[in-house]
Design a protein around this ligand. Structure first.
Ligand code: 9MR
Length: 444
């Protein structure tokens, strides 16, 4: 048979990039989170749970936290007189919409009734007041609360015990007593220790870590640690994920409990884009740690955020604007929660060359190059024969042809192609008339 080398080989490239599923951005955040085995929650204000506010809260979030309604000062402003109106409303709303509730909070130095802060208490008396309060509140909602923030903000910035009325009067033992009382009142609830400025690895989170270690060593029923994550634009701590992980490795769950990301007003497109990246980074840090149960935003709309009151000149800290329109931050959460893309990003290119041609026959070499950043674990190249050519024999790949369509897949030994690497396969084909190269390749 006469073989003739073709001097000019036909070279073609084709690349295919897999895009994230288009539907993910529009899906309710609560469903996206649920599909990843987590919850996405929000703090709410009971009195606002009507109209559009209620619609977004119900549709988008799988967990609700009463922003203020379960605090001691809200439920027992007058000693012995309980007002559960706001708390009941949030719990009933959540139950009506298939949502969980994070109870917030049983023991905190702030938003206490004046009669507690103004009183003079012996250690025994204060301890009993505290455990009675826990029994009353956690008991009322027994079986209906997913997580309880049992003790909120127990630490100073340097990681030592805050000298609140509880810390100063009772020492660290109040934390253990609070958890034991909460377990007795509602055995099904996961019991959390919650604080702010513990998001990064540092003095305060080291103090929290040591506290949790001591509590667990004493058999105190601490189930989880909450990281409030009241963050500043562009300053998601680089150590957030590692910090969550080290607590998880102690044997407790972790959660982001009060996420908001504030910016100097006015909000600009650039600041909102940064905020989107920041929200996504926090969500991803939680997803990266198996024991991170979920993320709660501290208010889902800028119209219901504490930031402008506490940080004059700052705001726009939540994922929805004041008119309940989703901001880029909402898309950041959705994108981070979108279903996992396949491990190989499917980015490859194809080079095709006819290396020899003779009357009625030809040999071609096809090179698959991985242009992505992750290994290709198996590959498929598809093309259409433009002029009736037929593949008669292939090597280094399995090639099948149906009509004009050819599909070539890897063999076991050349399935993996590292980033930047390539692999080649060849085939013999038949032709008549002309033998033009395929015009495009799909590679995945
Ligand atoms: O969102 C709450 C706001 O409405 C109250 O005015 C404020 C009073 O301190 O508390 C806010 O919530 C806090 C939460 O209970 C504990 N972590 C810090 C939160 C922001 O201050």
């Amino acid at each position: 048979m006469l073989r003739r080398l073709i001097a000019t080989a036909a070279l073609l490239t084709a690349a295919l990039t897999l895009a994230p599923p288009a539907a993910a951005a529009d899906a309710p955040l609560r469903d996206l989170a649920e599909a990843r085995g987590r919850y996405l929650g929000t703090a709410v204000t009971a009195g606002k749970l009507t109209g559009g506010y209620a619609d977004v809260a119900a549709a988008q979030f799988g967990s609700l936290t009463p922003g203020n309604e379960m605090k001691w000062g809200s439920v027992e402003a007058t000693r012995g007189t309980y007002d559960w109106t706001g708390a009941d409303r949030v719990v009933a709303f959540a139950e009506a919409h298939g949502q969980r509730v994070r109870g917030h909070t049983l023991v905190w130095h702030s938003q206490l009734p004046a009669w507690v802060t103004g009183g003079t208490w012996t250690a025994d008396r204060l301890r009993t007041l505290m455990t009675d309060h826990i029994a009353a509140e956690a008991g009322r909602y027994k079986g209906r609360i997913d997580h309880w923030d049992v003790v909120n903000e127990p630490l100073n910035e340097d990681g030592t015990l805050r000298q609140s009325v509880f810390g100063a009067t009772l020492g660290e033992s109040y934390v253990a007593d609070a958890f034991r009382a909460a377990r007795a009142a509602d055995p099904a609830a996961k019991l959390y220790l919650n604080d702010y400025s513990t998001d990064a690895i540092g003095a305060k989170s080291d103090g929290m870590y040591a506290l949790v270690e001591r509590l667990l060593a004493q058999g105190v029923p601490v189930d989880g640690v909450g990281f409030q994550a009241h963050l500043v634009l562009g300053q998601v701590p680089a150590s957030l994920e590692a910090n969550l992980r080290r607590f998880a490795e102690l044997g407790v769950d972790v959660a982001i409990t009060e996420l908001d990301i504030r910016m100097p007003l006015p909000a600009t497109e650039a600041k909102l884009a940064q905020q989107k990246a920041d929200y996504a980074a926090v969500q991803r840090a939680c997803l990266a740690v198996t024991r991170c149960a979920g993320v709660t935003v501290w208010g889902f709309t800028d119209s219901d955020s504490w930031i402008p009151d506490f940080f004059p000149g700052q705001g726009a800290a939540t994922p929805y604007d004041e008119a309940l329109a989703p901001k880029p931050a909402r898309a950041g959460l959705a994108e981070a929660l979108a279903p996992d893309t396949p491990p190989a990003p499917g980015v490859c290119s194809v080079t095709y060359a006819v290396t020899s041609q003779w009357t009625g026959g030809f040999t071609a070499q096809v090179t698959v190059r991985n242009t992505g950043t992750a290994p290709l674990n198996g590959w498929t190249v598809r093309w259409t024969q433009p002029a009736g050519q037929r593949v008669t024999q292939a090597w280094n790949a399995t090639a099948t042809q149906t009509g004009a369509e050819v599909t070539a897949t890897n063999l076991s030994y050349n399935a993996t192609v590292p980033p930047g690497g390539s692999t080649a396969f060849g085939f013999n084909g038949s032709w008549s008339g002309t033998n033009p190269p395929p015009t495009a390749f799909a590679c995945s």
